[in-house]
Design a protein around this ligand. Sequence first.
Ligand SMILES: [Zn+2]
Length: 237
Amino acid sequence: MFDQERGLVAQGCRVAAARGLVDGVLGHLSLRVDDERLLVRCRSDTDTGVAFTRPADVRLVMFDGTAGAAGELDGYRVPNELPIHVETLLANPAHRAVAHLHPPAVVAADLAGITLRPIYGAYDIPGVWLARGGVPVYERAVLIRNSALGKEMVAAMRGRAVVILRGHGITSAAATVQQAVLQAISLNELARMSLRVRAAGGALRDIDDADWDDLPDLGPSLNTDAAWRHEVARLDG
Ligand SMILES: [Zn+2]
């Protein structure tokens, strides 16, 4: 059941790890399959880390964290931070996929007091749109292990697609697994560039307001389909 979806969530985990957005065993992805169940990357005694996520590591669970079908949690445990996924999904029906990752550049930039702003344009169009108006920050560094903290994080997200979790990582929500991971990759790149500009002694300035009109949406075939083929090809290379 949901073999294709499990494969996609597992692939998303591997892509995120390959891009350095997670290290070791921390971080997870999920995909809602209906009104009460989601597929989520779980833990087990044979887990060797996010970079090596197998489709079988992705289990079907209810929004309350219990097994979504017979045997789903036999030998598997939901992540402590399942509420990140559940509360993000509950907050907006358009959110079907959630990536919770620990990208070091994003965490470092935020801790350095750098607000992620639209500092570039055509360098990464989908990425810069994510930062228009600033990227929201959830200011607590806590493990988000209950629904009260999950709701607090969602409130800090202010209806946006991504939120920085101070001293922790990020949450990225989208209609698809691919989009959730690609957003995380873009946010990480924006953080890396922001750190780089500052390290070179430069100041971070927003692009000119007049430039937004000419930073068009180039469409899903380039932004998502081709971008994802590239990410998967990198894994195999
Ligand atoms: Zn975490």
